[in-house]
Design a protein around this ligand. Structure first.
Ligand SMILES: [Zn+2]
Length: 522
């Protein structure tokens, strides 16, 4: 299991794990029976060859010394990379990844933003998997293997293959400390399903050194095979935000384990990357565009009047909380709406710096409107406010990263419904999505409703050519050629704090450096 997957009631891994256990327990018993029969006891059976893969998820910065440790021992690992986190504080840098690759490690894929994939609409799932792989390719790597965030695969096995991967790793389907009793002791080679590789639970702070070693010796004492161990943080002290107990082991334990592991070579234990075990060719990247942009004159926003509430988050569907700086924000849905029966209210207290605003969910296109470089858009919202506000704008690049763009002039307080409007600058080159919100930049109360984002004039543009070796699916330009996917009007958003996604994943945009037009601390 992975991270907060325990809260994913509909997660695919658990049901799958039970199914696999049921299917395979018979085979495991059969093997034991054969061993007991001819040799008169399990203890007489010779140990079986075992291959161990050391896999590292989520691109955490504390994996750097771990990589240096295994490198010093002549071992290589597989680093499942969340490309949208690379280079952010607390995460690996591109230079780290390049060094890892130069040391002989495998750079593999783990989506752009680490969502719980089955909760997303089908196109968004493809963008998370495929475009992450394209990011890695554009960085110079040749990714051939993937790991499901939260080990939650659902129907994504076909997606992982369609994106060009040769394998995809799950978690929690191999006997683990205190878990998965009756499961297999190792993945078999070849695996029965390369798009759901069976692995023990992720290593966490409850694992002792002896238990790590037992994952290997258990496999040796049974059928042998492939033991895929998964690490997230290697850090101390465990139990802090940067070193969470459910995702961490200490450098002391990790170093002791890999030192022991390297010494097992004489006992039939080898260490290989997932790529070395799976093989297969490197396939070209597949880039999945966001939905086609709305036609000129049409409001491009989903749920613009905030009428549909997401039951998981409490926020309007396809909207999320945004904000930065030092202040306290309280959110509320209110029936005192401009139109319809719902508007969103936010109240800021203890204001020292920054802002608070409702934003179009910062995703890869399921919720945020698709925009075209060079176009300008008319933004508007109806509001009542006791404090000064301004629009804050963000854009998404084709690699899925969000950046602060610009801010509008200030809007005065308003005790009755008032419309704020702003025309954007031309969308920057390389952007294909945008998000905006009306930011409250003081103590006070702000209620908003009836947002719109409209392209006022039509200007047909040609799509930018795709980089060599990248196949592009879907069309972002107004010339709707080759659109292979339909736009889903019922896209499900990802919102921070939903319990299924790391809370910071949608707040990772650099709002803390808002640029010259935004109001600074007062
Ligand atoms: Zn992960």
């Amino acid at each position: 299991m992975h991270g907060s997957v325990m809260s994913v009631s509909s997660g695919g891994w658990h049901r799958r794990g039970i199914w696999l256990a049921t299917a395979l327990i018979g085979a495991a018993l059969l093997v034991v029976g054969l061993l007991v029969g001819p040799f008169g006891g399990v203890g007489h059976a010779a140990t079986k060859p075992v291959t161990v893969s050391l896999t590292f998820d989520d691109s955490n910065a504390d994996q750097v010394p771990a990589e240096q440790e295994i490198h010093s021992l002549g071992l290589h690992g597989t680093f499942y990379t969340v490309s949208g986190w690379v280079g952010q504080p607390g995460y690996l840098t591109l230079a780290n990844l390049q060094q890892f690759a130069a040391d002989g490690n495998e750079i593999a894929g783990h989506t752009i933003e680490h969502p719980d994939l089955p909760t997303l609409d089908p196109q968004e799932q493809m963008r998370e998997i495929c475009n992450d792989r394209v990011n890695l390719i554009n960085w110079g790597f040749q990714p051939t293997d993937f790991a499901y965030p939260f080990a939650d695969a659902d129907t994504n096995e076909t997606d992982a293959k369609a994106c060009g991967y040769n394998s995809a790793r799950g978690l929690g389907d191999v006997v683990s400390p205190g878990d998965c009793s009756g499961c297999v002791y190792a993945e078999t080679t070849p695996p029965p399903d390369p798009y759901y590789l069976r692995a023990p639970d992720e290593v966490d702070s409850t694992w002792t050194l002896a238990q790590m070693e037992q994952e290997v010796t258990n496999a040796q004492n049974h059928s042998g095979g492939w033991v895929i161990l998964t690490f997230h943080h290697i850090c101390t002290p465990v139990g802090t935000t940067a070193c969470p107990s459910d995702l961490s082991t200490t450098p002391t334990i990790f170093n002791a384990f890999v030192t022991w592991l390297a010494a097992q070579a004489s006992k039939g234990v080898t260490v290989k990357t997932v790529q070395q075990m799976i093989g297969g060719t490197f396939k070209p990247g597949v880039y999945v565009n966001p939905p086609a942009p709305a036609a000129a004159g049409v409001n491009a926003l989903q749920n613009p009047s905030l009428e549909t509430i997401d039951s998981n988050t409490g926020f309007p569907q396809c909207w999320q909380a945004g904000g930065w700086g030092t202040n306290t924000v309280a959110w509320a849905n209110t029936t005192a709406a401009h139109t319809g029966t719902n508007a969103e209210n936010l109240t800021v207290t203890n204001y020292s710096s920054g802002d608070a605003k409702l934003l179009n969910t910062l995703d890869l296109g399921a919720c945020t409107p698709t925009v075209v470089p060079g176009d300008t858009y008319n933004l508007s919202v109806w509001y009542e406010s006791t404090g000064t506000t301004q629009f804050a704008l963000y854009y998404r690049t084709t690699n899925g990263a969000w950046f602060y763009w610009t801010s509008s002039p200030y809007f005065a307080t308003a005790s009755t419904w008032t419309q704020a409007t702003f025309t954007t600058p031309p969308v920057p080159a390389g952007a294909n999505g945008m998000s905006f919100g009306l930011a409250l930049i003081s103590n006070g109360s702000l209620t908003t409703d009836d947002y719109s984002l409209v392209l006022p004039t039509t200007a047909a543009k040609a799509s930018a050519p795709a980089p060599a070796g990248i196949r592009v699916i879907g069309a972002v330009s107004p010339i709707r050629i080759g659109a292979r996917f339909h736009v889903h009007s019922h896209a499900r958003p990802l919102i921070p704090g939903a319990g299924k996604v790391k809370p910071h994943t949608r707040f990772a945009i650099p709002e803390a450096t808002p640029g010259p037009n935004a109001k600074s601390a007062t």
